[in-house]
Write a protein that binds this ligand. Structure first.
Ligand code: PLP
Length: 358
């Protein structure tokens, strides 16, 4: 049952003979509080809009995103999730040689393989707690002639994040394209870690963001990408379908990016619960915990006779799904990842893990 992604709840529910809502999904990294109530209300109140086409230029939505992430509306591209933009950008740049900061989310490699790109992996090491030295990485980028560097920031699955000054340092003096996936950025201090403000001065920078995780809306498939390079922008646009964002995703986006109450309470809850989960996991002697800037925590099992697959299967019997990280190159069958859910759910997870690992 191991895959390259978090749980397929449809599949698991039918295999376990329970409802999707009965599964405690610690594998998909989605904000457990659900989407903004105001945004959901807007869909309910405007359900008849199903019968009209969305604005093909998405002017209002881009205006709201521009305020949300402090960038120019004309530098925004919209995609069906971050996923569509990852594929469209890689296809547009068509790199012959790419550096993939690893371990990393699997879709980058999948898309690079589709175009026959030579992929070089720069691995964060367990010995360095998966932290990356920016000067070492910069040296690697300078020495070899890469067409594209891919960074997931904060990184899924390690939780490591470069701050904005480190990203600026990586970008200085190079024309190599950078794709920075900020899908998890709102779970850390965006003022310190986000690169969106670097878009105007660096034409080789493409920052990708999604709404699936922080805004708890994977079902609407809404992502956005920021780039100031007009030629690349035009070429990406040619690859995207007209009306690729449906009317309900548009409606929700127009509300949720402005729902400060929702945004602020999510940030407060998630950072409190990350502290709780981190602390409790660290109390379990048989587990090593890696520091995370995301809404998930990477853990390593230290007991000889336990693997992440075994742990996954034992917890699954209780309706609890964790991410077995053995499929990530650079990790092993000892690694698993859990995301932050509501307090009682986090307590239950700790209780159940405690029964298995001492
Ligand atoms: C790092 C990263 N980027 C992108 C995605 C996909 O996001 P979206 O739902 O916006 O396509 C995921 C999903 O797990 C992810 O972990």
């Amino acid at each position: 049952m191991t895959t390259n992604h978090g749980a397929n709840l449809f599949d698991l529910a039918s295999k376990l003979g329970i409802k999707k809502s009965e599964i405690l999904d610690f594998s998909s990294n989605i904000n457990p509080f659900g989407a903004s109530k105001k945004a959901k209300r807007s869909v309910i109140d405007n359900v008849d809009m199903v019968s009209i086409y969305p604005d093909p230029e998405y002017k209002e939505l881009k205006g709201v995103i521009s305020d949300y992430c402090n960038c120019k509306p004309y530098n925004i591209l919209l995609g069906s999730g971050a996923t569509e933009l990852i594929a469209a950008f890689i296809n547009t740049i068509d790199p012959k040689k790419a550096l993939l900061v690893s371990p990393a989310y699997s879709e980058y490699e999948k898309e690079l393989n589709k175009i026959g790109c030579n992929i070089v992996k720069y691995f964060a090491k367990k010995e360095s707690e998966f932290k990356i030295n920016v000067n070492d990485l910069k040296k690697e980028i300078k020495t070899r002639n890469y067409d594209l560097v891919i960074i997931c920031n904060p990184n899924n699955p390690t939780g490591f994040a470069f701050n904005k000054d480190e990203i600026k340092e990586l970008l200085s003096g190079t024309k190599t394209f950078f794709m920075i996936d900020e899908t998890y950025i709102e779970f850390t201090d965006t003022k310190k870690y986000s690169s969106t403000h670097l878009i105007d001065e660096h034409e080789n920078l493409f920052v990708i963001r999604g709404t699936s995780k922080f805004f708890s809306t994977p079902g609407i498939r809404l992502g956005y990408g920021l780039i100031s390079n007009k030629m690349v922008q035009d070429n990406i646009l040619k690859k995207l379908d007209l009306w690729n964002i449906n009317i309900f995703a548009t409606l929700m986006g127009e509300i949720m990016f402005k729902d400060h109450e929702y945004i602020d309470s999510t940030i407060i809850h998630m950072s409190e619960e990350r502290k709780y989960l981190d602390n409790e996991l660290r109390k379990i002697k048989g587990i090593k915990v890696y520091e995370s800037h995301g809404n998930f925590i990477l853990c390593e099992i230290k007991e000889d006779d336990m693997t992440s697959e075994k742990l996954y299967n034992i917890l699954l019997k209780e309706g609890i799904v964790i991410r077995n990280c053995s499929s990530f190159e650079g990790l092993s069958d000892k690694f698993f990842r859990v995301c932050i859910l509501k307090h009682e759910e986090n307590e239950l997870l700790i209780h159940e893990i405690n029964k298995i690992i001492k």
